[in-house]
Design a protein. Sequence first.
Length: 140
Amino acid sequence: MSEPFSVRITVRGYETDVQGHVNQSVYLNYAEHARWSLLKAAGIGQSELTGHGVGPIALETTIRYRRELVAGDEVDVSCAFEWGDGKTFRIRQTITRTDGTVAAELTAVGGLLDLRERRMVANPREWFKKLANDPSRFGL
């Protein structure tokens, strides 16, 4: 298996809280940014998704905070999809400082919503294969 997709982010001062470390909700923004960056790298934009009548949905997200991040830290946010046979998939993400220190680990459960029917599509893996210019970015 290849290395997971990764995007580098620099922690901005306004993302920190009164203790001087990154506010817990910002980790979700970092993870979301990495997921959309992966879709873009695979050739899927928001307009392609909505043009085909589907959109990604988050069903569950778990974050394990390991080490604090402070303003100015540079981090790499990885993103790897794991596929099953049903309507959902998992996304595993790690936020790692450039010195190799793991700051957080995230696991998300997602799906693709049929925007007309307002129900999850039966096999999101096939949709990603069909829409992506580079399905290997998703491990497909």
